[in-house]
Design a protein around this ligand. Sequence first.
Ligand code: ADP
Ligand code: MG
Length: 380
Amino acid sequence: VVVKASRCFELEDDPSFWKDNSIQVLIRIRPLNSNEISVQGQKRCVRQDSSQSITWTGHPESRFTFDHVVDEYVSQEELFNVAGVSLVDNCMAGYNSCMFAYGQTGSGKTHTMLGDIEGGTRRHSVNAGITPREKDSRREEKLRFTCKCSFLEIYNEHILDLLEPSSVNLQIREDLRKGVYVENIKEIEVSTARDVIHQLVQGSTNRKVASTNMNRASSRSHSVFTCVIESKWESQGVTHHRFAQLNLVDLAGSERQKTSGAEGERLKEATNINKSLSTLGLVIMNLVSNSNKKSLHIPYRDSKLTFLLQDSLGGNSKTIIIANISPSFSCTLETLSTLKFAQRAKFIRNNAIVNEDASGDVIAMRLEIQKLKKEVVRLQ
Ligand code: ADP
Ligand code: MG
């Protein structure tokens, strides 16, 4: 996450990573672990064919193409250079940006998103994930700029504030100007990368404590780290104001939750985790299969996750999904399921605009126009 000024406002065109409005999808294959080697040896369920394609080697073999496929030899830093830098550039240019990590438990989502945070700031630990990394600024601009972050967890369809753990059931609201937001969430103003790391460490510790107290694994909750970046600068007597939201999302494990034999809280938990992830799947399915029929209902509001992140899916955001997979034969079905999910997500079209407010309420008006257009389509 960047907290220093860079060349942001000349960036009118999309950075090259975004060729169009589609969501970027990247597959990350993690190394085999000792447990997998002891069960299945080196037997693998995938073969990487190129930097953009991968074959699932089960029956029948299936080949998939993505924006990027990276293997176990790609370091955290290289991954940041492929996916994180453009995310930061977009955000600094005034585009809302979002990164999701998807995959079964143990596939590398948290390693990718957070990794080793303690060793953060400028001299990163080699294991630092995307969130705690910092992109160097090239030169200073006449820029005033603020960055606020918040960190939340969605568990059992409840929102917990990881920076204020006594807030346990926050509500999502929507208004014309702010868009979708979490009411009463703690937002902390940060001015250095070190401040951001501090909040990340704090929030992650609170997450561990909460999951221990409630006797559950963090793999069953979703976490969302958000930075809101606002910049102001003067040009020819006009004050420009840009703002963008960056969401970094570590999803719950995508494996099917066992409902057989579960009762009470456990059953509710299993159903709700399925609900957030299955609604995510459904939202994607509807967005993709109905891209020509815009009037179709997209069930964003059916889960907390999709309601909160509705802009990131089919809306005003530049979005990357990192689908994490294990290459082991012992994970073959979960890996196939993740590849299929990622393949569907590729067809989502977003519509990101620079959030700029040069004179009055341009953004609010644009959003109002968008809303009215949707309403017109719905009434037709
Ligand atoms: P998840 O969050 O999807 O449940 P984790 O990120 O916790 O999975 O990863 C499980 C284990 O595998 C961790 O010990 C992590 O350090 C390791 N791991 C995951 N991805 C990689 C990778 N690309 N390289 C090295 N180790 C990895
Ligand atoms: Mg995890």
